[in-house]
Design a protein around this ligand. Structure first.
Ligand code: GLY
Length: 280
Protein backbone atom coordinates (compact mmCIF):
# COMPACT_ATOMS: atom_id res chain seq x y z
CA UNK A 1 0.00 0.00 0.00
CA UNK A 2 1.38 3.40 -0.98
CA UNK A 3 -1.20 5.84 0.33
CA UNK A 4 -4.26 5.31 2.46
CA UNK A 5 -6.83 6.84 4.76
CA UNK A 6 -9.29 5.31 7.24
CA UNK A 7 -12.15 7.32 8.78
CA UNK A 8 -14.65 6.42 11.52
CA UNK A 9 -17.88 8.03 12.72
CA UNK A 10 -17.66 6.84 16.32
CA UNK A 11 -18.32 3.72 18.35
CA UNK A 12 -22.09 3.32 18.31
CA UNK A 13 -22.66 5.16 15.03
CA UNK A 14 -24.84 3.01 12.73
CA UNK A 15 -23.21 1.51 9.66
CA UNK A 16 -26.01 3.08 7.63
CA UNK A 17 -24.14 6.40 8.14
CA UNK A 18 -20.99 5.07 6.43
CA UNK A 19 -21.51 7.52 3.55
CA UNK A 20 -20.20 10.18 6.01
CA UNK A 21 -16.78 8.54 6.56
CA UNK A 22 -16.73 7.56 2.85
CA UNK A 23 -17.04 11.21 1.73
CA UNK A 24 -14.45 12.29 4.31
CA UNK A 25 -12.03 9.56 3.15
CA UNK A 26 -12.45 10.63 -0.48
CA UNK A 27 -11.69 14.24 0.40
CA UNK A 28 -8.56 13.18 2.34
CA UNK A 29 -7.41 10.82 -0.45
CA UNK A 30 -7.70 13.70 -2.90
CA UNK A 31 -5.10 15.55 -0.79
CA UNK A 32 -2.80 12.51 -0.70
CA UNK A 33 -3.06 11.91 -4.46
CA UNK A 34 -2.22 15.59 -5.00
CA UNK A 35 1.04 15.07 -3.07
CA UNK A 36 -0.28 16.38 0.28
CA UNK A 37 1.00 14.99 3.55
CA UNK A 38 -0.62 12.64 6.04
CA UNK A 39 -1.31 15.38 8.62
CA UNK A 40 -3.23 17.51 6.12
CA UNK A 41 -5.15 14.47 4.83
CA UNK A 42 -6.09 13.18 8.28
CA UNK A 43 -7.08 16.68 9.43
CA UNK A 44 -9.21 17.17 6.32
CA UNK A 45 -11.06 13.88 6.91
CA UNK A 46 -11.88 14.87 10.48
CA UNK A 47 -12.92 18.37 9.37
CA UNK A 48 -15.40 16.91 6.89
CA UNK A 49 -16.80 14.70 9.66
CA UNK A 50 -17.09 17.72 12.00
CA UNK A 51 -19.20 19.47 9.36
CA UNK A 52 -21.53 16.46 9.07
CA UNK A 53 -24.07 17.17 11.79
CA UNK A 54 -25.12 13.52 12.07
CA UNK A 55 -21.93 12.88 14.08
CA UNK A 56 -20.89 14.01 17.57
CA UNK A 57 -18.09 16.44 16.66
CA UNK A 58 -18.01 20.06 15.49
CA UNK A 59 -21.47 21.01 14.19
CA UNK A 60 -24.01 18.73 15.90
CA UNK A 61 -21.82 18.06 18.96
CA UNK A 62 -23.57 16.85 22.09
CA UNK A 63 -24.84 19.72 24.25
CA UNK A 64 -23.62 19.13 27.80
CA UNK A 65 -25.84 19.41 30.87
CA UNK A 66 -25.60 23.23 30.89
CA UNK A 67 -26.72 23.32 27.25
CA UNK A 68 -23.30 24.17 25.81
CA UNK A 69 -21.18 21.98 23.50
CA UNK A 70 -17.61 21.60 24.85
CA UNK A 71 -15.42 20.06 22.17
CA UNK A 72 -12.05 18.27 22.15
CA UNK A 73 -9.82 17.58 19.13
CA UNK A 74 -6.26 16.45 18.41
CA UNK A 75 -3.81 15.84 15.56
CA UNK A 76 -0.50 13.91 15.63
CA UNK A 77 2.11 13.19 12.98
CA UNK A 78 4.63 10.35 12.79
CA UNK A 79 7.47 12.70 13.68
CA UNK A 80 5.76 13.23 17.07
CA UNK A 81 4.40 16.68 16.32
CA UNK A 82 1.06 17.03 18.10
CA UNK A 83 -1.60 19.63 18.81
CA UNK A 84 -4.81 19.40 20.81
CA UNK A 85 -7.65 21.48 22.23
CA UNK A 86 -10.02 20.59 25.05
CA UNK A 87 -13.22 22.17 26.33
CA UNK A 88 -13.34 24.42 23.28
CA UNK A 89 -16.61 26.30 22.75
CA UNK A 90 -18.28 28.27 19.93
CA UNK A 91 -15.89 27.27 17.15
CA UNK A 92 -16.77 25.49 13.91
CA UNK A 93 -13.83 23.14 13.42
CA UNK A 94 -11.93 22.15 16.59
CA UNK A 95 -9.59 19.90 14.57
CA UNK A 96 -8.36 22.90 12.56
CA UNK A 97 -7.59 24.71 15.82
CA UNK A 98 -5.72 21.61 17.07
CA UNK A 99 -3.76 21.64 13.78
CA UNK A 100 -2.76 25.26 14.55
CA UNK A 101 -1.66 24.28 18.08
CA UNK A 102 0.64 21.72 16.43
CA UNK A 103 2.54 24.66 14.91
CA UNK A 104 3.23 26.15 18.38
CA UNK A 105 5.66 24.86 21.05
CA UNK A 106 2.63 23.66 23.07
CA UNK A 107 0.59 20.47 22.76
CA UNK A 108 -2.72 21.16 24.54
CA UNK A 109 -4.77 24.35 24.99
CA UNK A 110 -7.98 24.26 27.05
CA UNK A 111 -11.22 26.16 27.64
CA UNK A 112 -11.08 29.98 27.33
CA UNK A 113 -7.39 29.83 26.38
CA UNK A 114 -8.24 27.54 23.48
CA UNK A 115 -11.09 29.84 22.40
CA UNK A 116 -8.81 32.90 22.57
CA UNK A 117 -6.17 31.08 20.52
CA UNK A 118 -8.82 30.05 17.96
CA UNK A 119 -10.00 33.64 17.57
CA UNK A 120 -6.41 34.89 17.18
CA UNK A 121 -5.95 32.29 14.42
CA UNK A 122 -9.01 33.68 12.63
CA UNK A 123 -11.67 31.14 13.61
CA UNK A 124 -14.87 33.16 14.10
CA UNK A 125 -17.50 32.78 16.78
CA UNK A 126 -19.80 29.91 15.72
CA UNK A 127 -22.61 28.05 17.45
CA UNK A 128 -22.28 24.30 16.71
CA UNK A 129 -25.73 23.50 18.18
CA UNK A 130 -28.35 22.05 15.82
CA UNK A 131 -32.06 21.31 16.11
CA UNK A 132 -31.15 17.63 16.61
CA UNK A 133 -28.58 18.35 19.34
CA UNK A 134 -31.11 20.58 21.17
CA UNK A 135 -33.73 17.82 20.98
CA UNK A 136 -31.16 15.31 22.28
CA UNK A 137 -30.43 17.61 25.23
CA UNK A 138 -34.14 17.73 26.09
CA UNK A 139 -34.39 13.94 25.99
CA UNK A 140 -31.15 13.59 27.99
CA UNK A 141 -32.26 16.12 30.59
CA UNK A 142 -35.54 14.23 31.05
CA UNK A 143 -33.58 11.01 31.57
CA UNK A 144 -30.59 12.16 33.60
CA UNK A 145 -31.60 15.48 35.18
CA UNK A 146 -30.10 18.93 34.90
CA UNK A 147 -27.07 20.68 36.39
CA UNK A 148 -24.05 19.08 37.97
CA UNK A 149 -25.75 16.14 39.72
CA UNK A 150 -26.73 13.69 36.99
CA UNK A 151 -28.65 10.52 37.62
CA UNK A 152 -25.93 8.29 36.20
CA UNK A 153 -27.05 5.46 33.93
CA UNK A 154 -26.80 2.07 35.67
CA UNK A 155 -23.65 1.18 33.73
CA UNK A 156 -22.24 4.49 32.58
CA UNK A 157 -19.34 2.80 30.81
CA UNK A 158 -21.74 1.18 28.36
CA UNK A 159 -23.36 4.49 27.42
CA UNK A 160 -22.95 5.23 23.73
CA UNK A 161 -20.72 8.13 22.69
CA UNK A 162 -19.54 9.00 19.23
CA UNK A 163 -16.27 10.61 18.24
CA UNK A 164 -14.95 11.07 14.73
CA UNK A 165 -11.41 10.34 13.65
CA UNK A 166 -9.04 9.46 10.85
CA UNK A 167 -5.63 7.90 10.21
CA UNK A 168 -3.57 8.37 7.06
CA UNK A 169 -0.37 7.27 5.30
CA UNK A 170 1.07 9.55 2.63
CA UNK A 171 3.17 8.72 -0.42
CA UNK A 172 6.40 9.38 1.48
CA UNK A 173 5.51 6.88 4.19
CA UNK A 174 4.54 9.41 6.86
CA UNK A 175 1.58 8.72 9.14
CA UNK A 176 -0.93 10.91 10.99
CA UNK A 177 -3.94 10.50 13.26
CA UNK A 178 -6.67 12.94 14.23
CA UNK A 179 -9.86 12.94 16.26
CA UNK A 180 -12.67 15.24 17.35
CA UNK A 181 -15.60 14.91 19.76
CA UNK A 182 -18.39 16.69 21.55
CA UNK A 183 -17.80 14.33 24.50
CA UNK A 184 -20.39 12.45 26.51
CA UNK A 185 -23.83 13.05 27.98
CA UNK A 186 -24.27 13.02 30.92
CA UNK A 187 -20.96 14.48 32.15
CA UNK A 188 -19.89 16.67 35.04
CA UNK A 189 -18.88 20.22 34.18
CA UNK A 190 -15.16 20.30 33.35
CA UNK A 191 -15.04 16.70 32.11
CA UNK A 192 -12.49 16.04 29.33
CA UNK A 193 -12.29 12.67 27.56
CA UNK A 194 -9.60 10.75 25.71
CA UNK A 195 -9.32 12.68 22.46
CA UNK A 196 -7.22 15.57 23.82
CA UNK A 197 -4.93 13.18 25.69
CA UNK A 198 -2.22 12.14 23.23
CA UNK A 199 -1.69 8.37 23.35
CA UNK A 200 -5.27 7.77 24.50
CA UNK A 201 -7.59 8.99 21.70
CA UNK A 202 -4.92 9.15 18.97
CA UNK A 203 -1.28 8.24 18.40
CA UNK A 204 1.11 8.23 15.43
CA UNK A 205 4.74 7.26 14.94
CA UNK A 206 7.00 5.75 12.30
CA UNK A 207 5.26 2.36 12.67
CA UNK A 208 1.78 3.69 11.87
CA UNK A 209 -1.17 5.64 13.25
CA UNK A 210 -4.13 4.83 15.51
CA UNK A 211 -7.41 6.60 16.37
CA UNK A 212 -9.77 5.36 19.09
CA UNK A 213 -13.43 6.03 19.85
CA UNK A 214 -15.81 5.21 22.69
CA UNK A 215 -16.13 5.98 26.37
CA UNK A 216 -13.13 8.22 27.05
CA UNK A 217 -12.56 7.07 30.62
CA UNK A 218 -12.23 3.44 29.45
CA UNK A 219 -9.87 4.45 26.63
CA UNK A 220 -7.70 6.56 28.97
CA UNK A 221 -7.30 3.69 31.46
CA UNK A 222 -5.76 1.55 28.70
CA UNK A 223 -3.82 4.42 27.00
CA UNK A 224 -5.46 2.70 24.07
CA UNK A 225 -4.00 4.34 20.97
CA UNK A 226 -0.38 4.08 22.19
CA UNK A 227 -1.02 0.50 23.32
CA UNK A 228 -2.32 -0.46 19.86
CA UNK A 229 0.55 1.45 18.23
CA UNK A 230 3.00 -0.61 20.28
CA UNK A 231 1.35 -3.78 18.97
CA UNK A 232 2.13 -2.57 15.45
CA UNK A 233 5.85 -2.48 16.34
CA UNK A 234 5.61 -6.26 16.52
CA UNK A 235 5.35 -8.10 13.23
CA UNK A 236 1.54 -8.18 13.11
CA UNK A 237 -0.94 -6.62 10.71
CA UNK A 238 -2.76 -3.35 11.34
CA UNK A 239 -6.02 -5.35 11.57
CA UNK A 240 -4.55 -7.74 14.14
CA UNK A 241 -3.31 -4.78 16.22
CA UNK A 242 -6.79 -3.21 16.14
CA UNK A 243 -8.39 -6.54 17.10
CA UNK A 244 -5.96 -6.94 20.02
CA UNK A 245 -6.81 -3.44 21.24
CA UNK A 246 -10.53 -4.16 21.21
CA UNK A 247 -9.97 -7.50 22.96
CA UNK A 248 -8.75 -5.54 26.02
CA UNK A 249 -12.38 -4.51 26.69
CA UNK A 250 -15.47 -6.26 27.89
CA UNK A 251 -17.85 -6.56 24.91
CA UNK A 252 -20.43 -4.45 26.79
CA UNK A 253 -18.14 -1.39 26.63
CA UNK A 254 -18.62 0.78 23.57
CA UNK A 255 -15.18 1.23 21.97
CA UNK A 256 -13.59 1.20 18.51
CA UNK A 257 -10.17 1.55 16.90
CA UNK A 258 -8.86 2.30 13.39
CA UNK A 259 -5.21 1.68 12.41
CA UNK A 260 -2.88 2.11 9.45
CA UNK A 261 0.70 0.98 8.84
CA UNK A 262 3.00 0.23 5.87
CA UNK A 263 1.14 -2.89 4.86
CA UNK A 264 -2.51 -2.04 5.38
CA UNK A 265 -5.24 -0.84 7.69
CA UNK A 266 -7.47 -2.18 10.48
CA UNK A 267 -10.98 -1.44 11.75
CA UNK A 268 -12.37 -3.04 14.93
CA UNK A 269 -15.10 -2.23 17.46
CA UNK A 270 -17.27 -3.81 20.13
CA UNK A 271 -20.34 -2.21 18.59
CA UNK A 272 -21.62 -0.77 15.32
CA UNK A 273 -19.22 1.83 13.90
CA UNK A 274 -19.65 3.72 10.62
CA UNK A 275 -16.26 3.68 8.87
CA UNK A 276 -14.55 3.71 5.48
CA UNK A 277 -11.05 3.08 4.12
CA UNK A 278 -9.42 3.98 0.80
CA UNK A 279 -5.94 2.83 -0.24
CA UNK A 280 -3.92 2.68 -3.45
N1 GLY B 1 -14.32 9.44 23.24
C1 GLY B 1 -14.86 10.69 23.47
C2 GLY B 1 -15.04 11.04 24.86
O1 GLY B 1 -15.19 10.16 25.72
O2 GLY B 1 -15.04 12.20 25.17
Amino acid sequence: MRRGVVVHGGAGSPRSLSDGPAGAAESAMHILVGGGDAVDASTEATRVMEDDERFNAGTGSVLRMDGIPYMDAAVMSSDEECGAVAYLTRTKNPVLVARKVLDTPHILLVADGAVEFARKCGFNDYDPATAASRARLERGTAEFGRGNRPKWPRNWATYKVDTVGAVARDGRGRFAASGSTGGTFPALRGRVGDIAMIGCGIFAGRHGAVAATGIGEEIIRKVLSKTVYDYMKEDISAQEAADRGIALFDRSISVGVITINDSGFGIASTTDMASHAITD
